[in-house]
Design a protein around this ligand. Sequence first.
Ligand SMILES: [Zn+2]
Ligand SMILES: [Zn+2]
Length: 343
Amino acid sequence: MSELRHDPVQRRWVIVAVERARRPTDFKKENNVGNNPTVCPFCDGNEDKTPPEITAIRPAYTSPNSSGWSIRVIPNKFPALSVEGDSGRKGLGIFDMMNGIGAHEVIIETPDHNMHMADMPIEHLFEVCKIYRERIKDLHKDTRLRYVLIFKNHGETAGASLAHPHTQLIATPITPRTISTELDSARDHYMAKERCLFCDIMNQELALGERIVLTTERFVVMEPYASRFPFETWILPRVHSHDYAQSSDELIFAFAEVLRETLHRLKVALDDPPFNFVLHTSPNAVTRPGKENYWKTLPHDWHWHLEIIPRLTKVAGFEWGTGFYINPTPPEVAAEYLRSLEQ
Ligand SMILES: [Zn+2]
Ligand SMILES: [Zn+2]
């Protein structure tokens, strides 16, 4: 089992894989086998190369872990965190640590090795987006888990070790720092103004227009004011909503449509760039002893959204050293360009 170690200086947790320790020679560049469908473990027919599936969309006449599926969810073969055990939270002198409990799953989006999410039939992407909802709901039943992070790495420089289209899910016993900073800002704003910070930002951006990429009946796509990266793009539901997992089928379908359109524009504009996306949804709002009111304002102060980051620049020394980002493309310029791609 891995360990979660707390850094009291940076106030963040690090997952340290104590068992699968890599030695210096293990970091030599491996040949990328991800583009060869005969060895790709995510391709149809290679089900025996993955751990047994957690769930799948497949016709009733097929049996689990056989060919013929359209979406498969499997445990990660090399999980960063594992499901068994308790948190084992304890102090070690001035440090804190806990067991690396959690879940690490892979959502294989399609049997088609070369299908880009931007080109998926809408009904299929709708199923993928519904699977995100089902997995979050299911894992929120486990009160040890505080956050379920859905994210996608597309392309080698975005961290995808396999080219086959897939999304990952990591459920952690700690709310990730990026999310908890956002949660704190949203709560502070709500406490001061009794309004949702994200609704306020979105309404101001809609009034201004210069950073809006597109709007649909249910969603707003925009480049954030302080974009960290060129073409950083957020998708937010127009009607205030704190929890992706509580979305109706209708909203999820509208989300699939706007996601596909947004990814398509980024693909056209930037020639199929490597990218990451991360779903920022509600934490698992389990009440803890003595903190009964902790999540009370969450449904009012938090607003779920998807952040998409094309990987066009490399994060280097200055960024690591300061936490500042240098963005060479103003979000207004990126938004204007993406708007111009309207069909
Ligand atoms: Zn494949
Ligand atoms: Zn809101």
